[in-house]
Design a protein around this ligand. Structure first.
Ligand code: G6P
Length: 597
């Protein structure tokens, strides 16, 4: 969701800005633009709705050169994805350019006030308000630092802002609140970006801004002021990631690569230390999207393996529930990016209500990781495709490990059970490899079912969570009408939609529940649906007698099956999306890291 790139003092700012934006494009965007300070001391803007390729063509037609500039990929929130709403935005004089991630919540009131004072708006964005406000304070004999600070005191909401000003040509300013910003310290240039991958080609020395920070970046220095406008030291970190980890390599798409990386990610996670946290009395999960589905599995695992009661809340809904005390509760935020605005807000709300806070996160130094008291790292490596795959399975595996650890501490699991589980855990990467190897059956199935009118995913218990995630994957990237239902709920409404052209994917991996789901398969078959069933090898014969097609999975304990069952469903969504000509890594309307409410 929106990407920021800025550079000061480089030989060719434009190529750096465009390359940086390219690295950030995985976040999802619908417009792109750059502002460059030319050698004549003027700010020139090139921006357009649509893809980065459109911006590149614009730059070929109307080239611009300079050493300092800012660039942005926009995911529309305030105002449609048009050329005019694309960032950067300028003040009336054109001497000031602003780019922004996030939402300025008091935009409307500020816009009205500024319009009353004679400021003329050219876009519908909240960002333009910031440009005019800074210009207003610059007019009151402020320098850029002072004008920016005054503006930050007035605006409310979430932001990562980067500002350049023609009268202070050797610097750019960056400010953050609830939206990430990273400063890159290069040999001959300074950089700023919303995410680490954009800066990796230029430097590994990075400084991660904290909430409330304002930074002045020049080609050879960075000064940071904290939320009280006091100069503060933020120590640079050396990023050790391999650039390759953030590249596609041999794969056609990031999603393809990330599906294949899951066994390695699981191995890495199993070899890493487990989060240390006192065993909680009860757990309240907060999460969004796939992380919410992983949390449903976490709730079941904590109950089964550690007898810890848990509930799961969709983070965006939790924000509005009555603020009852949560004193004996551990709030466990689950988030690949660690930046999802709703999950962060739910974590903060839980803390205010007295809960302890822990998180399962992939991205180091992300906001959720910083605000949690304990963090379980997912060790998935950079995940670029918008639709999560290795993020999801490493979340589940993290939760399985935690449930086992707490089960052991609470003596719910005997020493013998615990030893057996150690062996089962170590088998997981191999079982995942075995499951992923069977690719042809998925390809053939996807080719035969390229445009079903309706796809239902059904399952019970842990299989219901897999059904939810399977349906989400398919709808996210192939835009098919896919929904998931707890199999027992079909008869309470959804079955009315079943006709001859419906496809039902029945997840039947839970030993005690398979017979029950088989009854549901019969119900939908009787009404004309075709059924694809996913089951363990040992249940193959039973399911073959019921379903039109059966995909088998290696035998493993029930608690491990969600880690295997989702793999062919990810692949099914992927192949279907490819066959339908959809943009797999960057599906329409979606963003990787949803940093707005
Ligand atoms: C977006 C992504 C989903 C992801 C969700 C939560 O909607 O497209 O794939 O599951 O955000 O993301 P998080 O980073 O908090 O796990």
């Amino acid at each position: 969701m929106c990407g920021i790139m800025g550079v000061v003092g480089a030989k060719d700012a434009v190529s750096i800005l465009v390359e940086g934006l390219q690295h950030l494009s995985y976040r999802g965007y619908d417009a792109a633009g750059v502002a460059v300070l030319t050698d004549k001391g003027q700010i020139e803007i090139r921006k357009s709705a649509g893809s980065l390729d459109k911006l590149k063509s614009l730059l070929v037609g109307e080239p611009v050169n300079g050493r300092t500039g800012v660039g942005h990929t926009r995911w529309a929130t305030h105002g449609a994805p048009t050329d005019c709403n694309a960032h950067p935005h300028t003040d009336a004089s054109g001497k000031l350019a602003v780019i922004h991630n996030g939402i300025i919540e008091n935009e409307r009131a500020l816009r009205q006030k500024l319009a009353g004072e004679g400021y003329v708006f050219r876009s519908q964005t909240d960002t333009e308000v910031v440009a005019h406000l800074i210009a207003k304070y610059l007019g009151e004999t402020c320098d850029l630092h002072c004008a920016l600070q005054k503006t930050l005191q007035i605006i409310s909401g979430a932001y990562a802002l980067v500002v350049m000003y023609a009268d202070e040509p050797d610097r750019i300013y960056a400010a953050r609140k609830d939206s990430p910003l990273v400063i890159g310290i290069g040999k001959d240039a300074g950089y700023v970006a919303s995410d680490i991958p954009a800066l990796l080609p230029y430097t590994r020395e990075m400084l991660l801004l904290e909430d409330g920070d304002v930074a002045r970046v020049t080609k050879d220095a960075v000064i940071v002021w904290d939320r009280d406008d006091v100069i503060t030291e933020r120590l640079p970190k050396t990023i050790t990631w391999d650039q390759e980890a953030a590249d596609k390599g041999e794969h056609m798409t990031f999603m393809d690569k990330e599906i294949d990386e899951q066994p390695d990610a699981a191995e890495r996670l199993l070899a890493s230390p487990l989060m240390r946290h006192a065993v909680p009395e009860r757990v309240s999960f907060v999460a969004c999207g796939s992380a919410y589905h992983a949390s449903i599995i976490g709730r079941e695992l904590l109950g089964r393996l550690a007898q810890i009661p848990a509930d799961v809340k969709i983070a965006s809904e939790m924000r509005y529930e009555p603020e009852l005390p949560l004193d004996d509760t551990l709030c466990l935020a689950v988030s690949q990016s660690g930046e999802t605005a709703d999950t962060l807000a739910a974590l903060r709300q839980s803390k205010r209500r007295g809960a302890k806070a822990a998180a399962i996160v992939n991205v180091q130094d992300s906001s959720i990781a910083r605000e949690a008291e304990s963090v379980q790292w997912m060790h998935a490596g950079p995940e670029i495709a918008v639709a999560t795959t290795k993020g999801y399975t490493t979340q589940i595996l993290s939760l399985l490990r935690l449930a086992l650890e707490w089960g052991k501490t609470r003596e719910v699991l005997s020493a013998r059970d615990a030893r057996e589980w150690e062996e089962q855990l170590n088998r997981i990467p191999g079982l995942m490899r075995e499951t992923l190897a069977d690719r042809d059956r998925v390809d053939q199935f996807a080719t035969a079912h390229i445009a079903p009118r309706l796809v239902f995913f059904i399952g019970r218990g842990l299989d219901y969570a897999t059904a939810l995630e399977g349906a989400l994957k398919l709808k996210e990237i192939s835009y098919l009408n896919a929904e998931a239902y707890a199999a027992g709920e079909l008869k309470h409404g959804p079955i009315a939609l079943i006709e001859n052209d419906a496809l039902v994917v029945a997840v039947c991996t839970q030993s005690e529940l398979t017979s029950k789901t088989i009854s549901n398969i019969r119900e939908v078959k009787a009404r004309g649906a075709s059924v694809l069933a996913l089951c363990r090898k040992s249940d193959e014969a039973r399911l073959k007698a019921e379903a039109d097609e059966v995909w088998t999975l290696p035998d493993a304990p029930d608690a491990v099956m969600p880690l295997l069952a989702i793999l062919p469903l990810q692949r099914l969504a992927y192949e279907t999306a490819l066959l339908r000509g959809c943009s797999v890594d960057k599906p329409r309307n979606l963003a990787k890291s949803v940093t707005v409410e």
